[in-house]
Design a protein around this ligand. Structure first.
Ligand code: NAP
Length: 464
């Protein structure tokens, strides 16, 4: 057993929102550098507990230990980064066109933020939201995924240990359809930040839109790697392996499509298949394991249904496609790394997010064709191109319709110093991570101040 948590109900959400309201006045007036010191301490505690938290992630969610540790590291980095923002949080002062007048813009908190998070990055994603929300002076009610409540609880406990005043960060658990939805529509909440599937995000956008509530959604992806005929093929294969099967394909940025130039299509497939067939499935705590289980039975069945869809659509299955029954795998939700080739861009397996270890390989005639294929899905989160040609990389950088583009690297591996997020069905509203243009813009709003010290009536524009 990993842990036991309380199953919250509506009354708990009411209490959490009330507590967040009560704490808001104190927290918003706490100097931002002081808020930053608490975040810094939290990053220090996270850092000291990295190993045990990483292991907890593997036990609760299944990702391999190295990735669990990476997830915790992302939270540590985010903690230090946002702690530093406590001494910046800068706005602008610009000259007025009138004499004896000054003007500036200030970042101010939004109020009580409801944060709803998924299970695949059970510490990093809460940290992406909680740290910037807090540094900007908001108070928070966090509703993490029901699949990873213990990781979220540990994360919140660490912030409390770091000295966060009572009521500033509140945690509720429970089914999304009940607790999450109630939180999103709660009259005491000022804004919602959600990360999860498109269906849930769209539903929450509707709920918030109807009550004029700000919402930011980070949702799914159908990310693709382009492999050009001049690519370093071994590097591209490694990128496709890491992007397609890392975290068992359960990343919003997972490379679930590989679009390969026709001249090297066959060669790529052979190398990719050979390399993927060597991946070891099993317990993520064992050093030799490359790929862990999928998160739960629902997801397990959904992925296997997609394998059947792919076969029916006429794609050719060249690897995997079934549950792994070997050794301890038989006791869990393990699916073999799966590769489909001869996939055409309009097939469902090339259009819909499967969120498992399933990669579709698609043939492209040339760069333009490859870019068109990548862009032709409802999603727009991440894409990548492997090429040695600087001109091809420049065209891809310009024309790929995704929030993130990688050159000679896989579709995964974002760093927190830059904004993170997608377009189309992958995201709505502002961005996560990063400072300006990212998290700070999401979790604060601008207040603009004009001060006239001329002692007379001055009229902007009119007096000019
Ligand atoms: P999900 O089913 O949409 O759940 C996400 C969160 O929303 C969970 O806390 C869930 O609670 C809650 N929820 C579910 N239904 C709700 C409702 N009607 N109202 C309010 N909250 C509700 O997604 P998931 O399966 O956890 O995560 C996988 C998805 O997240 C994938 O699509 C992936 O691409 C996406 N994702 C996106 C990003 C990004 O940054 N773009 C990052 C990671 C993951 P319960 O757990 O209790 O159901």
């Amino acid at each position: 057993m990993v842990g036991v948590v309380v199953r919250s109900g509506r009354e708990d959400v009411d209490q959490a929102v009330k507590a967040a309201h009560r704490a808001y006045e104190l927290w918003r007036l706490t100097p931002a550098p002081r808020r930053g010191e608490i975040l810094f301490k939290a990053a220090e505690i996270l850092s000291r507990n990295k190993e045990s938290l990483g292991r907890l992630e593997t036990r609760e969610m299944g990702k391999v230990l190295s990735e669990g540790l990476g997830d915790v590291q992302e939270a540590i980095d985010m903690g230090y980064y946002m702690a530093g923002e406590g001494r910046r949080l800068s706005g602008e002062t610009v000259p007025s066109e009138l004499p004896d007048k000054d003007m500036k813009s200030l970042r101010v908190p939004v109020g009580v933020f409801g944060l709803i998070t998924p299970w695949n990055f059970p510490i990093a994603i809460p940290s992406w939201k909680v740290f910037p929300a807090l540094i900007c002076g908001n108070t928070v009610v966090l509703k993490p995924s029901s699949d990873t409540p213990v990781c979220a609880t540990k994360f919140v406990e660490i912030l409390v240990e770091a000295g966060l005043p009572k009521g500033v960060l509140n945690l509720v658990h429970g089914p999304g359809g009940e607790v999450g939805e109630y939180l999103a529509s709660h009259p005491g909440v000022d804004a919602i930040s959600f990360t999860g599937s498109f269906d849930t995000g769209k539903r929450l956008e509707g709920i918030c839109g109807a009550i004029h509530r700000m919402i930011v959604t980070e949702m799914g992806g159908k990310n693709a790697i382009i492999v050009m005929d001049d690519a370093n093929l071994d590097l591209a294969v490694e990128g496709a392996i890491w992007g397609g099967f890392g975290t068992t394909g359960q990343r919003c940025t997972a490379a679930s499509r590989v679009v390969v130039h026709r001249k090297i299509y066959q060669k790529f497939i052979e190398k990719f298949r050979k390399r993927a067939s060597r991946l070891k499935l099993g317990d993520g705590l064992q050093k030799e394991t490359d790929v862990g289980p999928v998160i739960n039975e629902t997801q397990f069945n959904k992925i296997l249904r997609y394998v059947e869809v792919g076969k029916k659509e006429g794609a050719k299955l060249i690897l995997g496609g079934k549950a792994c029954q070997k050794g301890n795998c038989a006791e869990g939700y393990f699916i073999e790394p799966t590769i489909f080739v001869n996939v055409t861009p309009e097939m469902r397996i090339a259009q819909e997010e499967i969120f498992g270890p399933v990669v579709s390989v698609i043939k492209a005639e040339n760069l333009g064709d490859a870019i068109r294929i990548v862009n032709r899905t409802p999603y727009g989160l991440s894409s990548a191109i492997y090429t040695q040609d600087v001109n091809s990389s420049a065209v891809a950088e310009r024309d790929l319709e995704t929030g993130i583009v990688y050159i000679n690297a896989s579709t995964i591996g974002a760093e927190i110093q830059l904004p993170f997020g997608g377009i189309k069905h992958s995201g709505y509203g502002r961005k996560e991570a990063g400072g300006r243009g990212g998290a700070l813009d999401t979790y604060s709003r601008w207040k603009v101040i004009y001060r006239d010290f001329s002692g007379r009536l001055q009229k902007a524009q009119i007096d000019k």
